[in-house]
Write a protein that binds this ligand. Structure first.
Ligand code: DC
Length: 219
């Protein structure tokens, strides 16, 4: 399978990685992929089907028979189940409360990781998540890990108007057995506590150029 360039952006909730990853993709003309949205969509579908997230076998069956497809539109991944899945569904308190459990199931990860890898045969990617640099694309030379003070992250999420116990999710996401959130040995780590989004974006674009990423590498 021919593989395009992949830039991995990992980090905990509300570390600023979504906005940063989207901006980097825009600057380079790469496609932005939000893998958290894929775990959220799987969780949403499980709940829609009336399955309890603690019934792992039923969750696995749901993901295996999922009606969700990932498409690339306007340089961004979009999730469909019949129609486009609305953002409000993916960010609902119910999904927030159960997504870490669904994402901890190895068979679920296997299926979603295969979809994530398949996207790299289509176009160059900026892929955002928890395990992109460690598990999904461990061989990409372009890995970034964004972090920020937990108090600042909590405040950012509250400011967005979300009811989301991010600390709880971070503990679950960092302690699960398969592909937990951790810093890849070769990742460039950025603490964004005292940085603005444009500063983080500039830092990464500069580092990418220094690391040999050519603007033309996506053709
Ligand atoms: O990035 P996010 O907050 O939308 O992600 C939602 C959840 O999905 C997160 O709590 C853990 C899980 N996730 C994961 O396990 N692996 C990824 N690559 C991305 C997200």
């Amino acid at each position: 399978m021919s593989q395009h360039t992949v830039i991995a952006v990992d980090g905990p909730s509300a570390s600023g990685k979504s906005t940063v990853a989207r901006e980097i993709a825009r600057a380079l003309g790469f496609c932005y992929v939000d893998t958290g949205a894929m775990y959220r969509a799987a969780t949403w579908e499980v709940l829609q089907r009336g399955i309890s997230p603690s019934d792992h076998q039923a969750v696995i069956n749901s993901v295996k028979t999922s009606e969700i497809t990932v498409l690339i539109e306007n340089n961004s991944s979009v999730l469909y189940r019949g129609e486009k899945i609305p953002l409000e569904a993916l960010r609902s308190p119910e999904v927030n409360a159960h997504v870490s459990e669904v994402a901890s199931i190895p068979e679920v990860r296997e299926i979603l990781v295969a979809k994530q890898r398949a996207l790299s045969s289509q176009v160059p990617l900026v892929m955002e998540g928890r395990d992109i640099g460690t598990a999904v694309f461990p061989h990409t030379p372009f890995k970034y890990y964004l972090d920020a003070d937990p108090v600042v992250r909590e405040a950012r999420r509250t400011g967005e108007g979300h009811s989301d116990l991010i600390h709880l999710r971070d503990v679950k996401d960092s302690t699960r057995a398969v592909a937990p959130l951790r810093i890849a040995a070769d990742a460039f780590v950025i603490d964004s506590t005292h940085l603005t989004i444009p500063q983080v974006v500039a830092l990464i674009l500069h580092h990418l150029r220094k690391s040999g990423l050519r603007a033309s590498s996506h053709h």
